[in-house]
Every structure is written in C-alpha cells, then in structure tokens.
Design a protein around this ligand. Sequence first.
Ligand code: GDD
Length: 249
Amino acid sequence: MHESDSIVIIPTYNEKENIENIIRAVFSLEKCFHILVIDDGSPDGTAAIVHGLIDNEFGDRLFIIERSGKLGLGTAYITGFKWALQRSYEYVFEMDADFSHNPNDLPRLYAACHDEGGDVAVGSRYVTGVNVVNWPMGRVLMSYFASRYVNFITGIPIRDTTAGFVCYRRRVLETINLDDIRFKGYAFQIEMKYTAYKIGFKIKEVSVVFVNRREGTSKMSGGIFSEALFGVMRLRLDGWFKKYPKIKG
Ligand SMILES: Nc1nc2c(ncn2[C@@H]2O[C@H](COP(=O)(O)OP(=O)(O)O[C@H]3O[C@H](CO)[C@@H](O)[C@H](O)[C@@H]3O)[C@@H](O)[C@H]2O)c(=O)[nH]1
C-alpha cells in the first residue's frame, strides 16, 4: 500500500497522448504522490487509459472522476478539491496533463509548504524574468502583461497570478468557500489565489519553467480570456465589500 499526504489533481480533456506518461512521471518520483484525474468525457478515450492503469498497476494511488462533458477547468478542480477534503490529504496540487508543468518540480512545491511555512505554493514563471519555453511571442506577452494587470488591479503579492501549477495546504481549501468560486479558466486561478490572499494565507512563489505542450492542443479560448479580463475587476469589487472567512485555529 502506497500511503501519501499529497494528491495531485490532473484535469483532462483529450489528453490521450500525455496522460500515461505524466502519470508514470509522477509515480517515478522519490516522494510518493497520489493522483486524481478529472476527465470531462474526453472523446479521445483518455479515461479508458487511466482505467487501464488503475486496473493493472496503480489501483492504490491513482483515482479518476469522470464528468459528463467539458465543464471547464475551474469546476474540475473544485470537484477534485472536494474529493480530496473527504480524504486525509494534507497537500493538494493542481497540475496540467501536458508536461507544461514539470512533475520533477512537485517536490519543490511540496517543500515550500511542508518545510518553509507556505499555505499556498505557486509554480511561477515570472520570479526572475520570463521562464516560458516554446510559447508564441504573442502568448508570452499576453500572459506576462495579464499577470501585471492582475497585480495592479488586485494587489495580489505574487508575480504569476494565473499560474496553474499550485500546492494548497488542506486548511486553505477547508477555509475558502469552494461553492463561492465562480470562474472557470484563467480567472479561476486568479480567484483562488486572491481569495487565499484576502483571507490571510501565506503564498510562496517557486520559480519553474513552463514548457509549451508538445502533444495535443490547448483548450483555452477567447471566452476564457475575457472572463479573466473582466472577472478581475469583479474580484476587486468583491475585495471591498465581501466578508472573507477567518483562518481557523
Ligand atoms: N476536466 C477538464 N480538463 C480541462 C478542461 N479544459 C482544459 N483542461 C485540462 O486542463 C489542463 C490545462 O489545459 P490547457 O488547455 O493546456 O491550458 P493552457 O492554455 O496551457 O493554460 C495553462 O496555463 C494557464 C496560465 O498561462 C493557466 O491559467 C491554466 O490553468 C493552465 O495551467 C490540461 O490538462 C487540459 O486537458 C475542461 O474543461 N475540463
């Protein structure tokens, strides 16, 4: 039996080229992490690959939730967070399936919370310069200036506000009202960090290199981008009027 205090949530939509490799990469790390895949009915059969690995090799540390259709990255993570909170995991990670996040960085995110007192550890592309490989220049500039824009509007004290490579301590997810989180794409990532920051949790940035996917395609869309653009202003308004929960204990 492989016990672990850590669960890595991997949302998937059409990731058949990546899913087995990313699962094997996580399980080859020295520290034992469990994995929860949230698959949104991928037509390419991603879920069947995961079921095969559960049945034949990793039944004690690999789990899957299948949803009926493409319901968005944000709600996939909320579903995963709630699942993790019903179990005893102390550290809950977000990670993409496509190797744009390097699984070898998971132990560094873990250490930032476990050993260095962070409540949230963010795998950040912008701690020193811009650590992004193989993105078209347009997307690099958009992402970088989007993060600066979010800093300017919200005051979140980290440089990579849209990052999707994150470790949350259990108490953060227990304190945030997950049913109140309303955004789905980049704005989901901003909303989670902003809410943790407003509550008073300690957020640490860990410098990582983000590598554009080699297999499969990005699922982000113009709608998700504009959700972020205008959502940030709504978050700022919330920040003035909303009562955030208190940290327990
Ligand atoms: N279950 C589920 N998974 C999804 C969905 N949309 C995307 N995914 C999965 O979510 C991961 C990220 O999707 P991409 O489409 O590759 O995202 P990206 O554009 O590269 O965005 C990444 O970087 C952004 C910051 O620049 C991050 O904000 C974002 O969270 C993500 O990490 C992949 O594993 C993908 O299969 C969905 O609707 N449902």
